[in-house]
Write a new protein. Sequence first.
Length: 651
Amino acid sequence: MIRFLTALCASLVGLATLGSAAAQSLDVSHFARLPAFSSPRLSPDGTEVAFLRAEEDLIVVGIASLTDGETRWISVGQQKARSVRWVADNVLLINVTQTNDFGSRRSNAYEFGAAFLVRTDEPNAPVSQLLVGESRVGVNTSLSSVLAVDWEAGEIYTAAYGVLGRNMRFSDIPLYLFAVDTLTGETRMVERGSGETRGWLFDEGGEPVVRVSVNRLGRNQWIELRQDDRWNEVWRSSRRTEMITPIGMAPEGNRAAVLVPGDTRELAWMDLETGEFSDPVLSDPQAEVGGALVDPYTNRIVSAYFTRDENSAHWFDEELEQYENMIAEALPDDEVGIFNWSRDRSVMLVATNDGAAAPDYYLFYPETMSLNFLATGYPALRGVELPDRQRYTYTARDGTDIPAFLTRPAGDGPMPLVILPHGGPASHEVSGFDWLAHGISSQGYLVLQPDFRGSTGYGRAWERAGDGEWGNGIMQHDLTDGVRALIEEGLADPDRVCIVGASYGGYATLAGVTFTPDLYQCGVAIAPVSDLSEMYTFAGGRRDPNNPVARYWMQAMANDEGRGRMRENSPALFADRVTANLLLIHGRDDTVVPLRQSEIMERAMRQAGKPVELIVVDGEDHWLSTFGGRMSTLVETVRFLDTHIGNGAQP
Protein backbone atom coordinates (compact mmCIF):
# COMPACT_ATOMS: atom_id res chain seq x y z
CA MET A 1 0.00 0.00 0.00
CA ILE A 2 1.28 3.46 -0.87
CA ARG A 3 1.93 5.69 2.13
CA PHE A 4 1.37 9.45 2.09
CA LEU A 5 3.90 11.82 3.65
CA THR A 6 4.06 15.57 4.16
CA ALA A 7 6.21 17.76 1.93
CA LEU A 8 9.94 17.13 2.18
CA CYS A 9 11.07 20.53 0.97
CA ALA A 10 10.70 22.99 3.82
CA SER A 11 11.16 25.91 1.45
CA LEU A 12 8.23 24.67 -0.64
CA VAL A 13 5.78 24.15 2.22
CA GLY A 14 4.23 27.58 1.83
CA LEU A 15 4.02 27.03 -1.88
CA ALA A 16 2.41 23.64 -1.43
CA THR A 17 -0.11 24.34 1.31
CA LEU A 18 -1.25 27.89 0.65
CA GLY A 19 -4.34 26.72 -1.19
CA SER A 20 -5.68 24.75 1.76
CA ALA A 21 -5.93 27.96 3.75
CA ALA A 22 -7.08 30.12 0.86
CA ALA A 23 -10.62 31.39 0.55
CA GLN A 24 -12.81 29.19 -1.59
CA SER A 25 -14.06 32.08 -3.74
CA LEU A 26 -13.15 31.74 -7.39
CA ASP A 27 -11.50 35.11 -7.94
CA VAL A 28 -10.69 35.39 -11.64
CA SER A 29 -7.16 36.62 -10.82
CA HIS A 30 -6.30 33.17 -9.40
CA PHE A 31 -6.55 31.71 -12.90
CA ALA A 32 -4.64 34.50 -14.61
CA ARG A 33 -1.53 34.08 -12.50
CA LEU A 34 1.35 32.19 -14.05
CA PRO A 35 1.97 28.87 -12.27
CA ALA A 36 3.74 29.19 -8.94
CA PHE A 37 5.33 25.80 -9.63
CA SER A 38 5.80 24.25 -13.07
CA SER A 39 8.10 22.15 -15.28
CA PRO A 40 9.74 20.24 -12.40
CA ARG A 41 12.62 17.90 -13.21
CA LEU A 42 14.56 15.55 -10.94
CA SER A 43 18.34 15.62 -10.95
CA PRO A 44 19.91 12.37 -12.23
CA ASP A 45 21.01 11.38 -8.71
CA GLY A 46 17.53 12.12 -7.32
CA THR A 47 18.71 14.63 -4.70
CA GLU A 48 17.29 17.85 -6.22
CA VAL A 49 14.24 19.14 -8.07
CA ALA A 50 14.55 22.02 -10.51
CA PHE A 51 11.40 23.95 -11.39
CA LEU A 52 10.02 27.28 -12.63
CA ARG A 53 8.28 29.73 -10.33
CA ALA A 54 6.45 32.85 -11.46
CA GLU A 55 6.78 35.99 -9.38
CA GLU A 56 4.40 38.41 -11.08
CA ASP A 57 5.95 38.95 -14.53
CA LEU A 58 9.33 37.42 -13.63
CA ILE A 59 9.96 33.69 -13.84
CA VAL A 60 12.77 32.39 -11.66
CA VAL A 61 14.34 28.95 -11.54
CA GLY A 62 14.31 27.08 -8.26
CA ILE A 63 16.59 24.18 -7.34
CA ALA A 64 15.23 22.48 -4.24
CA SER A 65 17.26 19.96 -2.28
CA LEU A 66 15.38 16.82 -1.28
CA THR A 67 17.88 16.13 1.50
CA ASP A 68 18.04 19.38 3.51
CA GLY A 69 15.02 21.29 2.17
CA GLU A 70 17.06 24.28 1.01
CA THR A 71 16.22 26.01 -2.27
CA ARG A 72 18.55 27.96 -4.50
CA TRP A 73 16.99 30.61 -6.73
CA ILE A 74 18.34 31.64 -10.12
CA SER A 75 17.09 34.74 -11.92
CA VAL A 76 17.19 35.05 -15.70
CA GLY A 77 16.24 38.73 -15.53
CA GLN A 78 13.65 39.97 -18.00
CA GLN A 79 14.10 36.92 -20.21
CA LYS A 80 11.29 34.37 -20.23
CA ALA A 81 12.37 31.04 -18.75
CA ARG A 82 10.62 28.34 -20.77
CA SER A 83 11.96 25.05 -19.42
CA VAL A 84 14.69 23.34 -17.39
CA ARG A 85 16.56 20.09 -17.99
CA TRP A 86 19.31 18.26 -16.12
CA VAL A 87 22.25 17.32 -18.32
CA ALA A 88 24.52 15.99 -15.52
CA ASP A 89 24.20 15.28 -11.79
CA ASN A 90 25.09 18.87 -10.94
CA VAL A 91 24.47 20.70 -14.21
CA LEU A 92 21.14 22.26 -15.15
CA LEU A 93 20.24 23.68 -18.54
CA ILE A 94 17.76 26.57 -18.65
CA ASN A 95 15.99 27.52 -21.89
CA VAL A 96 14.84 31.14 -22.21
CA THR A 97 13.44 33.41 -24.91
CA GLN A 98 13.30 37.17 -25.31
CA THR A 99 11.57 39.50 -27.75
CA ASN A 100 13.90 41.90 -29.55
CA ASP A 101 12.97 44.64 -31.98
CA PHE A 102 15.49 45.61 -34.67
CA GLY A 103 13.61 48.44 -36.29
CA SER A 104 10.72 50.82 -36.01
CA ARG A 105 8.31 48.35 -37.64
CA ARG A 106 6.93 45.46 -35.62
CA SER A 107 7.73 43.12 -38.50
CA ASN A 108 11.37 43.54 -37.41
CA ALA A 109 10.64 41.95 -34.03
CA TYR A 110 12.05 38.49 -33.36
CA GLU A 111 11.70 36.01 -30.52
CA PHE A 112 15.24 34.88 -29.70
CA GLY A 113 16.06 31.77 -27.74
CA ALA A 114 19.08 31.00 -25.58
CA ALA A 115 20.20 28.18 -23.31
CA PHE A 116 22.28 28.49 -20.14
CA LEU A 117 24.28 25.95 -18.17
CA VAL A 118 24.29 26.21 -14.37
CA ARG A 119 26.58 24.32 -11.95
CA THR A 120 24.37 23.48 -8.98
CA ASP A 121 27.24 22.16 -6.83
CA GLU A 122 29.01 25.53 -6.90
CA PRO A 123 26.69 28.21 -5.43
CA ASN A 124 28.83 31.04 -6.76
CA ALA A 125 29.53 29.55 -10.17
CA PRO A 126 28.62 31.87 -13.05
CA VAL A 127 25.78 31.06 -15.40
CA SER A 128 27.32 30.35 -18.80
CA GLN A 129 25.54 30.97 -22.07
CA LEU A 130 25.44 27.87 -24.24
CA LEU A 131 24.13 28.88 -27.63
CA VAL A 132 21.77 31.43 -29.12
CA GLY A 133 19.16 30.52 -31.68
CA GLU A 134 16.66 32.58 -33.61
CA SER A 135 12.92 32.10 -33.74
CA ARG A 136 11.17 33.86 -36.62
CA VAL A 137 7.52 34.49 -37.36
CA GLY A 138 5.28 31.55 -36.53
CA VAL A 139 7.99 29.53 -34.77
CA ASN A 140 8.29 29.43 -31.00
CA THR A 141 11.29 27.20 -30.49
CA SER A 142 14.79 27.80 -29.24
CA LEU A 143 17.29 26.36 -31.66
CA SER A 144 19.58 25.86 -28.68
CA SER A 145 17.41 23.13 -27.14
CA VAL A 146 19.07 19.85 -26.18
CA LEU A 147 18.63 17.02 -28.67
CA ALA A 148 20.39 14.34 -26.62
CA VAL A 149 22.76 13.79 -23.71
CA ASP A 150 25.87 11.64 -23.83
CA TRP A 151 25.96 10.85 -20.11
CA GLU A 152 29.26 8.99 -20.24
CA ALA A 153 31.14 11.64 -22.21
CA GLY A 154 29.54 14.50 -20.29
CA GLU A 155 28.32 16.18 -23.47
CA ILE A 156 25.03 17.41 -24.83
CA TYR A 157 24.03 17.68 -28.45
CA THR A 158 22.33 20.78 -29.80
CA ALA A 159 21.62 22.17 -33.26
CA ALA A 160 21.69 25.71 -34.62
CA TYR A 161 21.32 27.30 -38.01
CA GLY A 162 24.18 29.17 -39.62
CA VAL A 163 24.19 32.90 -40.30
CA LEU A 164 21.69 34.28 -42.80
CA GLY A 165 23.67 36.03 -45.52
CA ARG A 166 22.54 38.60 -48.01
CA ASN A 167 20.27 37.28 -50.75
CA MET A 168 20.01 33.95 -48.92
CA ARG A 169 16.69 32.23 -48.33
CA PHE A 170 16.05 30.72 -44.92
CA SER A 171 15.74 27.30 -46.54
CA ASP A 172 19.36 27.59 -47.73
CA ILE A 173 20.87 28.12 -44.27
CA PRO A 174 22.77 25.02 -43.08
CA LEU A 175 21.82 23.33 -39.82
CA TYR A 176 24.85 22.48 -37.66
CA LEU A 177 25.07 19.77 -35.01
CA PHE A 178 27.20 20.70 -31.99
CA ALA A 179 28.44 18.84 -28.92
CA VAL A 180 28.84 20.89 -25.74
CA ASP A 181 30.85 19.91 -22.65
CA THR A 182 28.45 20.16 -19.70
CA LEU A 183 31.16 21.25 -17.24
CA THR A 184 33.18 23.70 -19.31
CA GLY A 185 30.66 24.85 -21.89
CA GLU A 186 33.22 24.26 -24.63
CA THR A 187 31.60 23.55 -27.98
CA ARG A 188 32.70 21.45 -30.93
CA MET A 189 31.00 21.00 -34.26
CA VAL A 190 29.98 17.40 -34.90
CA GLU A 191 28.74 17.86 -38.44
CA ARG A 192 27.39 20.41 -40.87
CA GLY A 193 23.97 19.62 -42.24
CA SER A 194 22.42 21.33 -45.23
CA GLY A 195 19.58 23.78 -45.60
CA GLU A 196 17.38 20.72 -46.00
CA THR A 197 18.46 18.99 -42.77
CA ARG A 198 15.69 18.99 -40.17
CA GLY A 199 17.20 16.99 -37.33
CA TRP A 200 18.85 13.90 -35.91
CA LEU A 201 17.85 10.97 -33.71
CA PHE A 202 20.27 9.60 -31.11
CA ASP A 203 20.76 6.09 -29.75
CA GLU A 204 21.02 4.94 -26.12
CA GLY A 205 24.66 6.03 -25.95
CA GLY A 206 23.95 9.52 -27.21
CA GLU A 207 25.28 8.99 -30.74
CA PRO A 208 23.44 10.32 -33.83
CA VAL A 209 22.08 7.35 -35.79
CA VAL A 210 19.26 8.84 -37.89
CA ARG A 211 19.23 12.04 -39.93
CA VAL A 212 16.04 13.54 -41.38
CA SER A 213 15.93 15.95 -44.33
CA VAL A 214 13.14 17.77 -46.16
CA ASN A 215 13.54 19.70 -49.40
CA ARG A 216 12.93 23.44 -49.48
CA LEU A 217 9.43 23.06 -50.91
CA GLY A 218 8.46 20.64 -48.14
CA ARG A 219 7.37 18.02 -50.66
CA ASN A 220 10.13 15.45 -50.26
CA GLN A 221 11.52 13.81 -47.16
CA TRP A 222 14.38 11.36 -46.85
CA ILE A 223 15.87 9.44 -43.96
CA GLU A 224 19.51 8.47 -43.64
CA LEU A 225 21.13 5.99 -41.24
CA ARG A 226 24.64 6.29 -39.82
CA GLN A 227 26.49 3.25 -41.15
CA ASP A 228 30.26 2.74 -41.49
CA ASP A 229 30.92 6.39 -40.53
CA ARG A 230 28.75 7.76 -43.30
CA TRP A 231 25.10 8.64 -43.88
CA ASN A 232 23.23 6.25 -46.18
CA GLU A 233 19.78 7.05 -47.49
CA VAL A 234 17.30 4.25 -46.71
CA TRP A 235 13.90 5.86 -47.29
CA ARG A 236 12.45 8.67 -49.39
CA SER A 237 8.96 10.03 -49.96
CA SER A 238 7.76 12.39 -52.64
CA ARG A 239 4.47 13.20 -50.94
CA ARG A 240 4.12 15.70 -48.12
CA THR A 241 1.47 13.52 -46.47
CA GLU A 242 4.02 10.77 -45.84
CA MET A 243 6.32 12.64 -43.45
CA ILE A 244 8.01 10.38 -40.87
CA THR A 245 8.88 11.66 -37.38
CA PRO A 246 11.54 9.77 -35.35
CA ILE A 247 10.90 10.26 -31.62
CA GLY A 248 13.30 7.95 -29.78
CA MET A 249 14.69 4.44 -29.60
CA ALA A 250 12.42 1.41 -29.48
CA PRO A 251 12.16 -0.37 -26.10
CA GLU A 252 14.60 -3.04 -27.22
CA GLY A 253 16.72 -3.99 -30.20
CA ASN A 254 18.42 -1.99 -32.93
CA ARG A 255 15.32 -0.04 -33.86
CA ALA A 256 13.99 3.48 -33.69
CA ALA A 257 10.49 4.58 -32.66
CA VAL A 258 8.85 6.64 -35.41
CA LEU A 259 5.49 8.26 -36.01
CA VAL A 260 4.21 7.33 -39.45
CA PRO A 261 1.24 8.87 -41.25
CA GLY A 262 -1.71 6.90 -42.49
CA ASP A 263 -5.33 7.81 -42.23
CA THR A 264 -4.21 8.66 -38.69
CA ARG A 265 -0.68 9.00 -37.30
CA GLU A 266 0.63 5.66 -36.02
CA LEU A 267 3.60 4.42 -34.02
CA ALA A 268 5.99 1.94 -35.62
CA TRP A 269 9.57 0.70 -35.30
CA MET A 270 12.28 1.36 -37.90
CA ASP A 271 15.16 -1.09 -38.28
CA LEU A 272 18.45 0.80 -37.97
CA GLU A 273 20.26 -1.57 -40.31
CA THR A 274 17.78 -1.89 -43.17
CA GLY A 275 15.52 1.14 -42.70
CA GLU A 276 12.47 -1.10 -42.91
CA PHE A 277 9.34 -0.19 -40.95
CA SER A 278 7.37 -2.60 -38.81
CA ASP A 279 3.62 -2.93 -38.83
CA PRO A 280 1.96 -0.29 -36.64
CA VAL A 281 2.60 -0.83 -32.95
CA LEU A 282 -0.11 1.66 -31.94
CA SER A 283 -2.91 2.84 -34.21
CA ASP A 284 -6.49 4.03 -33.94
CA PRO A 285 -8.78 4.91 -36.88
CA GLN A 286 -10.35 7.73 -34.85
CA ALA A 287 -7.31 9.37 -33.25
CA GLU A 288 -3.61 9.92 -33.77
CA VAL A 289 -0.71 8.93 -31.58
CA GLY A 290 -0.32 12.31 -29.95
CA GLY A 291 3.08 11.91 -28.34
CA ALA A 292 5.39 9.74 -26.33
CA LEU A 293 7.39 9.71 -23.12
CA VAL A 294 11.09 8.97 -23.62
CA ASP A 295 13.52 7.92 -20.90
CA PRO A 296 16.08 10.77 -20.69
CA TYR A 297 18.86 8.35 -19.69
CA THR A 298 18.39 5.70 -22.40
CA ASN A 299 16.53 7.67 -25.07
CA ARG A 300 14.10 4.74 -25.26
CA ILE A 301 10.36 5.25 -25.56
CA VAL A 302 8.53 4.12 -22.40
CA SER A 303 4.93 5.10 -23.23
CA ALA A 304 2.73 6.75 -25.85
CA TYR A 305 -0.82 8.08 -25.93
CA PHE A 306 -3.64 8.91 -28.31
CA THR A 307 -4.99 12.45 -28.67
CA ARG A 308 -8.47 11.36 -27.67
CA ASP A 309 -7.25 10.35 -24.20
CA GLU A 310 -3.93 11.79 -23.01
CA ASN A 311 -4.50 10.38 -19.53
CA SER A 312 -4.52 6.78 -20.73
CA ALA A 313 -0.95 5.88 -21.66
CA HIS A 314 0.08 2.75 -23.53
CA TRP A 315 3.15 1.56 -21.65
CA PHE A 316 6.20 -0.21 -23.07
CA ASP A 317 7.94 -0.17 -19.67
CA GLU A 318 6.26 -2.64 -17.31
CA GLU A 319 7.95 -1.28 -14.19
CA LEU A 320 6.72 2.28 -14.75
CA GLU A 321 3.29 1.03 -15.70
CA GLN A 322 3.03 -0.94 -12.47
CA TYR A 323 4.05 2.07 -10.40
CA GLU A 324 1.58 4.38 -12.14
CA ASN A 325 -1.27 1.92 -11.59
CA MET A 326 -0.41 1.80 -7.87
CA ILE A 327 -0.42 5.59 -7.65
CA ALA A 328 -3.74 5.76 -9.49
CA GLU A 329 -5.25 3.45 -6.89
CA ALA A 330 -3.90 5.67 -4.12
CA LEU A 331 -5.36 8.81 -5.75
CA PRO A 332 -8.68 7.51 -7.13
CA ASP A 333 -10.17 10.98 -7.58
CA ASP A 334 -7.33 12.24 -9.79
CA GLU A 335 -5.90 11.49 -13.22
CA VAL A 336 -2.22 10.86 -12.50
CA GLY A 337 0.92 10.32 -14.54
CA ILE A 338 4.58 9.56 -13.90
CA PHE A 339 6.60 11.87 -16.14
CA ASN A 340 10.18 12.07 -14.76
CA TRP A 341 12.53 10.04 -12.58
CA SER A 342 16.08 9.77 -11.28
CA ARG A 343 18.61 7.69 -13.17
CA ASP A 344 18.28 4.72 -10.78
CA ARG A 345 14.49 5.20 -10.55
CA SER A 346 14.64 5.52 -6.77
CA VAL A 347 12.44 8.63 -6.89
CA MET A 348 9.85 9.72 -9.46
CA LEU A 349 7.80 12.81 -10.26
CA VAL A 350 4.03 12.46 -10.57
CA ALA A 351 1.52 15.05 -11.80
CA THR A 352 -2.26 15.19 -11.65
CA ASN A 353 -4.27 16.16 -14.72
CA ASP A 354 -7.90 16.63 -13.89
CA GLY A 355 -10.72 18.53 -15.55
CA ALA A 356 -12.03 19.91 -12.25
CA ALA A 357 -8.83 20.80 -10.38
CA ALA A 358 -5.57 22.66 -10.81
CA PRO A 359 -2.45 20.46 -11.24
CA ASP A 360 -0.56 19.06 -8.23
CA TYR A 361 2.88 17.42 -8.08
CA TYR A 362 4.08 14.48 -5.98
CA LEU A 363 7.28 12.56 -5.29
CA PHE A 364 7.00 8.76 -5.40
CA TYR A 365 9.58 6.47 -3.73
CA PRO A 366 9.25 2.88 -5.00
CA GLU A 367 11.43 1.33 -2.30
CA THR A 368 9.23 2.56 0.56
CA MET A 369 6.05 2.84 -1.55
CA SER A 370 5.54 6.38 -0.27
CA LEU A 371 3.87 9.22 -2.11
CA ASN A 372 4.91 12.69 -1.01
CA PHE A 373 2.97 15.83 -1.95
CA LEU A 374 5.48 18.31 -3.36
CA ALA A 375 3.73 21.43 -4.62
CA THR A 376 0.76 22.77 -6.52
CA GLY A 377 0.79 24.81 -9.69
CA TYR A 378 -1.89 27.24 -8.49
CA PRO A 379 -1.79 27.60 -4.67
CA ALA A 380 -4.95 29.71 -4.42
CA LEU A 381 -6.89 27.00 -6.27
CA ARG A 382 -5.67 23.98 -4.31
CA GLY A 383 -8.59 22.13 -2.79
CA VAL A 384 -11.07 24.28 -4.72
CA GLU A 385 -13.57 22.37 -6.83
CA LEU A 386 -13.55 23.94 -10.29
CA PRO A 387 -16.17 23.77 -13.04
CA ASP A 388 -15.76 20.35 -14.61
CA ARG A 389 -14.07 20.34 -18.02
CA GLN A 390 -15.10 17.15 -19.78
CA ARG A 391 -15.11 15.68 -23.28
CA TYR A 392 -18.27 16.39 -25.23
CA THR A 393 -19.47 15.47 -28.73
CA TYR A 394 -22.08 17.19 -30.89
CA THR A 395 -23.34 16.66 -34.44
CA ALA A 396 -22.56 19.11 -37.24
CA ARG A 397 -25.03 20.03 -39.99
CA ASP A 398 -23.63 17.36 -42.33
CA GLY A 399 -23.99 14.62 -39.70
CA THR A 400 -20.32 14.60 -38.63
CA ASP A 401 -19.61 14.16 -34.93
CA ILE A 402 -17.40 16.99 -33.64
CA PRO A 403 -15.23 16.28 -30.57
CA ALA A 404 -14.98 19.05 -28.01
CA PHE A 405 -14.49 19.94 -24.36
CA LEU A 406 -17.34 21.42 -22.35
CA THR A 407 -16.67 23.24 -19.09
CA ARG A 408 -19.87 23.54 -17.12
CA PRO A 409 -20.38 25.64 -13.99
CA ALA A 410 -22.80 24.65 -11.27
CA GLY A 411 -26.47 25.20 -11.95
CA ASP A 412 -29.07 24.30 -14.51
CA GLY A 413 -29.38 25.62 -18.06
CA PRO A 414 -29.93 27.55 -20.10
CA MET A 415 -26.68 29.38 -19.28
CA PRO A 416 -24.74 32.15 -20.99
CA LEU A 417 -22.39 30.43 -23.46
CA VAL A 418 -18.82 31.21 -24.48
CA ILE A 419 -17.45 29.28 -27.45
CA LEU A 420 -13.66 29.19 -27.23
CA PRO A 421 -11.99 27.94 -30.47
CA HIS A 422 -8.31 27.03 -30.20
CA GLY A 423 -5.40 28.56 -32.09
CA GLY A 424 -3.34 27.01 -34.82
CA PRO A 425 -5.61 26.02 -36.39
CA ALA A 426 -3.34 22.96 -36.75
CA SER A 427 -3.60 22.03 -33.07
CA HIS A 428 -6.16 20.45 -30.77
CA GLU A 429 -7.51 20.66 -27.24
CA VAL A 430 -5.98 18.52 -24.50
CA SER A 431 -7.55 17.29 -21.29
CA GLY A 432 -7.05 18.75 -17.84
CA PHE A 433 -6.75 22.23 -16.37
CA ASP A 434 -7.12 25.17 -18.78
CA TRP A 435 -6.52 28.56 -17.15
CA LEU A 436 -8.61 30.48 -19.68
CA ALA A 437 -11.53 28.06 -19.99
CA HIS A 438 -11.68 27.44 -16.24
CA GLY A 439 -11.25 31.14 -15.48
CA ILE A 440 -14.18 32.08 -17.72
CA SER A 441 -16.38 29.21 -16.55
CA SER A 442 -15.66 30.02 -12.89
CA GLN A 443 -17.63 33.22 -13.40
CA GLY A 444 -20.78 31.32 -14.37
CA TYR A 445 -20.30 30.74 -18.10
CA LEU A 446 -20.71 27.54 -20.07
CA VAL A 447 -17.54 27.12 -22.20
CA LEU A 448 -17.34 25.02 -25.38
CA GLN A 449 -13.94 24.22 -26.98
CA PRO A 450 -14.47 22.32 -30.27
CA ASP A 451 -11.84 20.41 -32.23
CA PHE A 452 -13.39 21.64 -35.48
CA ARG A 453 -12.30 20.22 -38.83
CA GLY A 454 -8.85 21.57 -39.61
CA SER A 455 -7.65 20.55 -36.14
CA THR A 456 -4.86 18.03 -35.69
CA GLY A 457 -5.13 14.81 -33.71
CA TYR A 458 -7.94 13.07 -35.57
CA GLY A 459 -6.25 12.04 -38.78
CA ARG A 460 -5.09 13.46 -42.08
CA ALA A 461 -8.58 13.74 -43.57
CA TRP A 462 -9.84 15.70 -40.57
CA GLU A 463 -6.96 18.17 -40.72
CA ARG A 464 -7.02 18.58 -44.51
CA ALA A 465 -10.80 19.15 -44.38
CA GLY A 466 -9.96 22.64 -43.16
CA ASP A 467 -8.03 23.63 -46.29
CA GLY A 468 -9.87 26.48 -47.96
CA GLU A 469 -12.58 26.39 -45.29
CA TRP A 470 -11.69 29.44 -43.18
CA GLY A 471 -14.28 32.11 -42.46
CA ASN A 472 -17.21 31.06 -44.59
CA GLY A 473 -16.46 27.35 -44.68
CA ILE A 474 -16.61 24.15 -42.67
CA MET A 475 -14.21 25.27 -39.95
CA GLN A 476 -16.55 28.09 -38.97
CA HIS A 477 -19.68 26.01 -39.58
CA ASP A 478 -18.44 23.50 -37.00
CA LEU A 479 -18.28 26.29 -34.41
CA THR A 480 -21.73 27.57 -35.35
CA ASP A 481 -23.16 24.07 -35.09
CA GLY A 482 -21.66 23.67 -31.60
CA VAL A 483 -23.54 26.74 -30.42
CA ARG A 484 -26.78 25.48 -31.94
CA ALA A 485 -26.34 22.02 -30.43
CA LEU A 486 -26.03 23.44 -26.91
CA ILE A 487 -29.04 25.69 -27.47
CA GLU A 488 -31.13 22.74 -28.68
CA GLU A 489 -29.98 20.71 -25.69
CA GLY A 490 -31.26 23.43 -23.38
CA LEU A 491 -27.83 24.13 -21.90
CA ALA A 492 -27.17 27.49 -23.63
CA ASP A 493 -29.27 30.65 -23.71
CA PRO A 494 -29.60 31.75 -27.37
CA ASP A 495 -29.77 35.40 -26.31
CA ARG A 496 -26.47 35.22 -24.38
CA VAL A 497 -23.73 33.80 -26.60
CA CYS A 498 -20.21 35.14 -27.06
CA ILE A 499 -17.21 33.86 -29.03
CA VAL A 500 -13.71 34.25 -27.57
CA GLY A 501 -10.42 33.07 -29.06
CA ALA A 502 -6.70 33.71 -29.49
CA SER A 503 -4.53 33.54 -32.62
CA TYR A 504 -6.53 31.44 -35.12
CA GLY A 505 -9.23 31.41 -32.43
CA GLY A 506 -9.09 35.21 -32.61
CA TYR A 507 -9.61 35.01 -36.36
CA ALA A 508 -12.54 32.63 -35.81
CA THR A 509 -13.98 35.18 -33.37
CA LEU A 510 -13.85 37.91 -36.01
CA ALA A 511 -15.25 35.54 -38.64
CA GLY A 512 -18.04 34.56 -36.25
CA VAL A 513 -19.26 38.09 -35.55
CA THR A 514 -18.79 39.04 -39.22
CA PHE A 515 -20.17 36.09 -41.19
CA THR A 516 -22.75 34.83 -38.64
CA PRO A 517 -23.76 38.15 -37.03
CA ASP A 518 -27.10 36.91 -35.71
CA LEU A 519 -25.48 34.19 -33.59
CA TYR A 520 -23.36 36.22 -31.17
CA GLN A 521 -24.02 39.08 -28.81
CA CYS A 522 -20.31 39.79 -28.39
CA GLY A 523 -16.83 38.69 -29.38
CA VAL A 524 -13.36 38.86 -27.80
CA ALA A 525 -10.51 38.43 -30.29
CA ILE A 526 -7.04 37.94 -28.77
CA ALA A 527 -4.06 38.40 -31.14
CA PRO A 528 -6.37 37.82 -34.13
CA VAL A 529 -5.75 37.77 -37.86
CA SER A 530 -8.21 40.15 -39.52
CA ASP A 531 -6.84 40.64 -43.05
CA LEU A 532 -5.50 37.45 -44.64
CA SER A 533 -3.72 39.16 -47.54
CA GLU A 534 -1.88 41.48 -45.15
CA MET A 535 -0.91 38.47 -43.05
CA TYR A 536 0.40 36.66 -46.12
CA THR A 537 2.58 39.67 -46.89
CA PHE A 538 3.85 39.77 -43.29
CA ALA A 539 4.75 36.07 -43.57
CA GLY A 540 7.03 36.89 -46.50
CA GLY A 541 4.79 35.40 -49.17
CA ARG A 542 5.31 38.20 -51.67
CA ARG A 543 9.11 37.98 -51.36
CA ASP A 544 9.41 34.18 -51.23
CA PRO A 545 6.18 32.26 -51.88
CA ASN A 546 8.02 29.00 -51.20
CA ASN A 547 8.97 29.78 -47.61
CA PRO A 548 7.25 27.41 -45.13
CA VAL A 549 4.89 29.99 -43.64
CA ALA A 550 3.79 31.32 -47.03
CA ARG A 551 3.21 27.76 -48.30
CA TYR A 552 1.07 27.07 -45.25
CA TRP A 553 -1.07 30.13 -45.94
CA MET A 554 -1.60 29.19 -49.56
CA GLN A 555 -2.53 25.63 -48.60
CA ALA A 556 -4.95 26.92 -45.95
CA MET A 557 -6.55 29.19 -48.53
CA ALA A 558 -6.88 26.34 -51.07
CA ASN A 559 -3.79 26.90 -53.21
CA ASP A 560 -4.95 27.86 -56.73
CA GLU A 561 -7.75 30.05 -55.41
CA GLY A 562 -5.58 31.34 -52.60
CA ARG A 563 -5.46 35.08 -53.09
CA GLY A 564 -9.15 35.41 -53.90
CA ARG A 565 -10.15 33.29 -50.90
CA MET A 566 -8.01 35.49 -48.69
CA ARG A 567 -10.06 38.51 -49.59
CA GLU A 568 -13.50 36.95 -49.22
CA ASN A 569 -12.57 35.44 -45.85
CA SER A 570 -10.96 38.55 -44.31
CA PRO A 571 -13.29 39.85 -41.56
CA ALA A 572 -11.83 43.37 -41.69
CA LEU A 573 -13.22 43.81 -45.20
CA PHE A 574 -16.76 43.02 -44.00
CA ALA A 575 -16.93 44.95 -40.73
CA ASP A 576 -20.19 46.58 -41.82
CA ARG A 577 -21.92 43.21 -41.23
CA VAL A 578 -21.05 43.09 -37.52
CA THR A 579 -23.89 43.61 -35.04
CA ALA A 580 -22.15 42.28 -31.90
CA ASN A 581 -19.96 44.24 -29.51
CA LEU A 582 -16.27 43.52 -30.15
CA LEU A 583 -13.21 43.58 -27.89
CA LEU A 584 -9.69 43.26 -29.36
CA ILE A 585 -6.72 42.37 -27.15
CA HIS A 586 -3.18 42.27 -28.55
CA GLY A 587 0.34 42.08 -27.15
CA ARG A 588 2.62 44.81 -28.40
CA ASP A 589 5.54 42.34 -28.69
CA ASP A 590 3.65 39.76 -30.76
CA THR A 591 6.08 38.36 -33.37
CA VAL A 592 3.62 35.86 -34.85
CA VAL A 593 0.53 37.96 -35.56
CA PRO A 594 1.52 41.64 -35.60
CA LEU A 595 -0.45 44.25 -33.67
CA ARG A 596 -1.31 45.78 -37.05
CA GLN A 597 -3.89 43.02 -37.57
CA SER A 598 -5.95 44.24 -34.61
CA GLU A 599 -5.44 47.85 -35.63
CA ILE A 600 -6.80 47.07 -39.11
CA MET A 601 -9.93 45.53 -37.57
CA GLU A 602 -10.40 48.39 -35.13
CA ARG A 603 -10.17 50.94 -37.95
CA ALA A 604 -12.61 48.99 -40.11
CA MET A 605 -15.11 48.74 -37.25
CA ARG A 606 -14.92 52.47 -36.48
CA GLN A 607 -15.30 53.39 -40.14
CA ALA A 608 -18.42 51.20 -40.25
CA GLY A 609 -19.76 52.85 -37.08
CA LYS A 610 -19.59 49.61 -35.08
CA PRO A 611 -18.79 49.30 -31.35
CA VAL A 612 -15.20 48.17 -30.73
CA GLU A 613 -12.52 48.33 -28.03
CA LEU A 614 -8.80 47.69 -28.53
CA ILE A 615 -6.56 46.90 -25.55
CA VAL A 616 -2.83 46.80 -26.29
CA VAL A 617 -0.77 44.97 -23.68
CA ASP A 618 2.77 46.32 -23.40
CA GLY A 619 5.54 43.75 -23.05
CA GLU A 620 3.31 40.83 -24.05
CA ASP A 621 4.06 38.29 -26.77
CA HIS A 622 1.80 36.03 -28.84
CA TRP A 623 1.56 33.32 -26.18
CA LEU A 624 0.43 35.43 -23.19
CA SER A 625 3.64 34.57 -21.37
CA THR A 626 3.39 37.26 -18.68
CA PHE A 627 1.20 37.62 -15.63
CA GLY A 628 0.26 41.13 -16.71
CA GLY A 629 -0.82 39.90 -20.12
CA ARG A 630 -2.87 37.04 -18.75
CA MET A 631 -4.44 39.23 -16.09
CA SER A 632 -5.40 41.93 -18.59
CA THR A 633 -6.77 39.33 -20.98
CA LEU A 634 -8.85 37.39 -18.47
CA VAL A 635 -10.09 40.34 -16.40
CA GLU A 636 -11.06 42.37 -19.46
CA THR A 637 -12.67 39.36 -21.12
CA VAL A 638 -14.81 38.61 -18.07
CA ARG A 639 -15.73 42.30 -17.74
CA PHE A 640 -16.84 42.31 -21.36
CA LEU A 641 -18.80 39.08 -20.97
CA ASP A 642 -20.51 40.32 -17.80
CA THR A 643 -21.54 43.50 -19.61
CA HIS A 644 -22.98 41.85 -22.68
CA ILE A 645 -24.14 38.32 -21.79
CA GLY A 646 -23.85 38.13 -18.00
CA ASN A 647 -26.82 37.51 -15.75
CA GLY A 648 -27.42 41.23 -15.48
CA ALA A 649 -26.98 41.95 -19.19
CA GLN A 650 -29.91 43.17 -21.23
CA PRO A 651 -30.79 40.88 -24.17
